[in-house]
Design a protein around this ligand. Structure first.
Ligand code: CP
Ligand code: NVA
Length: 302
């Protein structure tokens, strides 16, 4: 039975804890994992731009002994109308795993349903679970625990926020989300997380209230890929949701700042916070490699 990695809510606390521990082990002992994926071929189909996800997975694949096959959708028949189902059936007869970044989450689900090999969600409009693995690893490294940690997510209720909600809920963390009205995370994801009675998940309007006493302040771009036509409107609605020195002062004195990147400096976060002493942002980006390796090893060798 293959295991796909499409959303975090398909997994439990023990599975995620094991994966994070393995990622930290791989980071601390580079080269110790050997080549567990020797002889395997792993495909990457990216229908949106990517720096971190694509490159960290390609490096992870190489470091684990496998071979990566990057496919630009415009250069394969998918871009000329071959169906998702037909593409999945054919590619999974050649490859051992397929990583996809696309728009509608249903497209990844359809691909996975027709693929005979594990499919990894490299970001959809609704979820970004690979990002959350690196986020949780970074919080664990920086704070020494996840349970009971207070995280404030300030900004758009987007794919990164949705996956963070699922991760926080599974790991019993408290998550306060501050966003303008109309920009809340996915209501079904919120409802499920709030109903699970693990950590406390709340949606607020006031970013200072969310940041108050937080251990971690997290943000993401106000305008996600594919939403560029809404940019002007959104930027004015989000003006008060910037992570800057004033907002950071509301959090605990040892609070760290996180951002999945890419950032729009001067919009959702100031350069002084991003490059300041409390920023965990570039370490967080680096952890995409280690969580990617641990995920591939888990899905392809377990
Ligand atoms: N954080 C993240 O997924 O970055 P990329 O869009 O560069 O892959
Ligand atoms: N919310 C952002 C995340 C990019 C990694 C987007 O979807 O564009």
């Amino acid at each position: 039975m293959k295991t796909d990695f499409l959303t975090l809510s398909d997994f439990d606390e023990a599975w995620i804890t094991g994966l994070l521990d393995r990622a930290i082990e791989m980071k601390n002992a580079p080269g110790s994992s050997g080549c567990p994926l020797m002889g395997k071929s792993i495909g990457l189909i990216f229908e949106k731009a990517s720096t971190r996800t694509r490159v960290s997975f390609e490096a992870a694949i190489y470091q684990l002994g496998a071979h990566s096959v990057y496919m630009n959708p415009n250069e394969i028949q998918l871009g000329r109308g071959e169906t998702v189902a037909d593409t999945a059936k054919v590619l999974s007869s050649y490859l051992d795993c397929i990583i996809i970044r696309t728009f509608a989450h249903e497209r990844v689900e359809e691909f996975a349903a027709n693929s005979s090999v594990p499919v990894i969600n490299g970001l959809t409009d609704r979820h970004h679970p690979c990002q959350t693995l690196a986020d949780l690893m970074t919080m664990l490294e920086q704070k020494g625990r996840l349970e009971g940690l207070k995280v404030a997510y300030i900004g758009d209720g987007n794919n990164v926020a949705n996956s963070l909600i699922e991760g926080a809920s599974l790991m019993k963390m408290d998550l306060s989300i501050a966003c303008p009205e109309g920009y809340e995370p996915d209501p079904l994801i919120l409802e499920k997380a709030m109903g699970s009675a693990r950590g406390e998940i709340v949606v607020l309007r006031d970013p200072r209230e969310a940041a108050g006493r937080a251990d971690v302040i997290y943000t993401d771009v106000w305008v996600s890929m594919g939403q560029e036509q809404k940019a002007g409107d959104k930027k004015s609605r989000f003006r008060n949701y910037q992570i800057n020195e004033v907002l950071l002062a509301c959090a605990k004195p040892d609070a760290i700042v996180m951002h999945c990147l890419p950032a729009h400096r001067g919009e959702e976060i100031t350069s002084s916070v991003m490059d300041g002493p409390r920023s965990a942002i570039f370490g967080q980006a680096a952890n995409r490699l280690h969580t990617g390796k641990a995920l591939l090893e888990r899905l392809l060798t377990a």
